[in-house]
Write a protein that binds this ligand. Structure first.
Ligand code: PRP
Ligand code: URA
Length: 207
C-alpha cells in the first residue's frame, strides 16, 4: 500500500474543526489552506537536493537546494481549488493544471467537464482533492494525466475512505497517496463517514 497518513497535532486539530458542521465556509477555507501548507511539507519530504556553493556574509559554504522544482499541481475541480493556494505558498514556482470532474449523483461515477493542462507538462505532478471517497474521481484524473505522459504522480487528499484507497492501489499502484485521515467507510450515497460532508459545498458555501 502506498498510503501515507500524515499524523500531526496541528493537522488533526484543524481537521477536527473542519469536520464540525457548525464551522462556516470562511473558517473552513482558512483551515483547508493551512492544512494544505502543512501537508505539502510532508509530501515533499523526500525531494532530491543538490549541493550549491554560496557565500554567507562571513564565508563560503556548500548549501543544498531542490534539484528539480519543476512540478505541476492539479486540483480536481471544484473542491481541489481549496487546497491549491496552500500548496502554492510552499511551492511557489509550481505550474498549475485543472481537471474538472463531478460525481454523477446516482452512479457516483466521475463525469469529466474540463481539462486545462499546461502545454508542456512537467515530469511530476501532485493531484489535490480534499476527498477520496470511492476513488473514482482521483483515479480518472490520474488516468487522464498518464495518457498525457506523466510518469510520477502523487495524490494529496484530506480525508480518505478505505474503498478509495483500495481502488487507487488497484488501478494506480505506482501512485503515492498522502492523507490527513483514513476514515471508517462510505455511506449508501458514497459519502465518507464520519467525513466532513460535501467538501465543495463547504468550501464554496453552496450547501
Ligand atoms: C467530490 C470531491 C472529489 C470527489 C470524491 O467532488 O471533491 O472530487 O467528490 O469522490 P469519489 O472519490 O467517490 O470520486 P464532487 O464530485 O462532489 O464535485 P465538487 O468538487 O464540484 O463538489
Ligand atoms: N465527496 C465529498 O465532498 N464528500 C464525501 O464524503 C464524498 C465525496
Amino acid at each position: 500500500m502506498n498510503l501515507h497518513i500524515i499524523k500531526h497535532p496541528l493537522i488533526e486539530h484543524k481537521l477536527t474543526m473542519m469536520r464540525d458542521k457548525n464551522t462556516n465556509s470562511k473558517v473552513f477555507r482558512e483551515l483547508l489552506d493551512e492544512i494544505a501548507m502543512l501537508m505539502t511539507y510532508e509530501v515533499t519530504r523526500n525531494w532530491d537536493m543538490e549541493p550549491v556553493e554560496i557565500e554567507t556574509p562571513l564565508e563560503k559554504m556548500t548549501g543544498h537546494t531542490l534539484k528539480n522544482s519543476e512540478i505541476t499541481i492539479i486540483p480536481i475541480l471544484r473542491a481541489g481549488l481549496g487546497l491549491l493556494n496552500g500548496v502554492l505558498k510552499i511551492i511557489p514556482k509550481a505550474h498549475v493544471g485543472h481537471i474538472g470532474l463531478y460525481r454523477d449523483p446516482k452512479t457516483h461515477e466521475p463525469v469529466e467537464y474540463y481539462c486545462g493542462l499546461p502545454k508542456q507538462m512537467d515530469a511530476e505532478a501532485i493531484v489535490v482533492d480534499p476527498m477520496l471517497a470511492t476513488g473514482g474521481s482521483s483515479s480518472a484524473a490520474i488516468t487522464m494525466l498518464k495518457k498525457k505522459g506523466l510518469k510520477k504522480i502523487t495524490l494529496m487528499v484530506l480525508v480518505a475512505a478505505p474503498e478509495g484507497v483500495e481502488l487507487l492501489n488497484r488501478e494506480h499502484p505506482d501512485v503515492e497517496i498522502y492523507t490527513a485521515a483514513l476514515d471508517r467507510e462510505l455511506n449508501e450515497n458514497a459519502y465518507i463517514l464520519p467525513g466532513l460532508g460535501d467538501a465543495g459545498d463547504r468550501v464554496f458555501g453552496t450547501l
